[in-house]
Design a protein around this ligand. Structure first.
Ligand SMILES: [Zn+2]
Length: 154
C-alpha cells in the first residue's frame, strides 16, 4: 500500500496540445518529432522508444491551479493518445532515470530538493512527505531539469 500517488499532467492539456499543436497554457507553437531521447511522456509516464515513437514538445506550467507564480518549461508527450498514468506507486520506467524530488510548501516555497535513485525512491518520497509543511512534490529530471510529474499524499 502506497502512501502517495504520482499524478501526470491533466489529460485535457495533453489532448489539446495534440489537436491544436500549441501549448494549451501559453499558445506557443508545439513541435512534433520522432523521439530522439527517452522522454518520458508526461501523460502515461512511460519512456519513449527512441527513433520509433512520435512525440509532441510544448511549454507547460506545472504550478497551474497550485500557485500563482508559474514555472513554464518544455515537456514531451506521445503524439498519439496514450492512457493517463493512474497506477499505484512510482512508474517503474521512471525509476531508472536521474530524478530530483522537490518538496513544496504553501505558496510553492521550495522546502527541500533531493536526488533520488531506483534504490531509495520510495523512502525518499515518504521522507519528504513526512514533513507536514510539504503540500506536494515535483519530480524533475536531475540532469535536464525538466518537470516530469507531481506526487501527493493519498
Ligand atoms: Zn504517453
Amino acid at each position: 500500500m502506497h502512501s502517495y500517488r504520482v499524478i501526470a499532467i491533466p489529460k485535457e492539456i495533453a489532448q489539446r496540445a495534440r489537436t491544436t499543436m500549441k501549448s494549451p497554457q501559453y499558445g506557443h507553437p508545439a513541435h512534433a518529432e520522432v523521439a530522439k531521447g527517452y522522454g518520458p511522456c508526461r501523460s502515461c509516464l512511460q519512456t519513449f522508444h527512441t527513433g520509433e515513437e512520435h512525440r509532441v514538445l510544448f511549454t507547460y506550467n506545472p504550478f497551474e491551479g497550485l500557485a500563482d507564480y508559474p514555472a513554464p518549461g518544455p515537456i514531451f508527450i506521445h503524439k498519439e493518445e496514450c492512457p493517463e498514468y493512474a497506477s499505484p506507486g512510482f512508474p517503474s520506467k521512471l525509476r531508472e532515470l536521474p530524478l530530483m524530488l522537490e518538496a513544496f510548501g504553501p505558496g510553492r516555497e521550495l522546502l527541500k530538493h533531493e536526488r533520488a535513485d531506483k534504490d531509495n525512491i520510495d523512502a525518499t518520497i515518504t521522507r519528504l512527505l513526512a514533513n507536514p509543511a510539504a503540500e506536494y512534490l515535483h519530480v524533475r529530471n536531475a540532469e535536464a531539469g525538466c518537470y516530469i510529474a507531481r506526487i501527493e499524499r493519498v
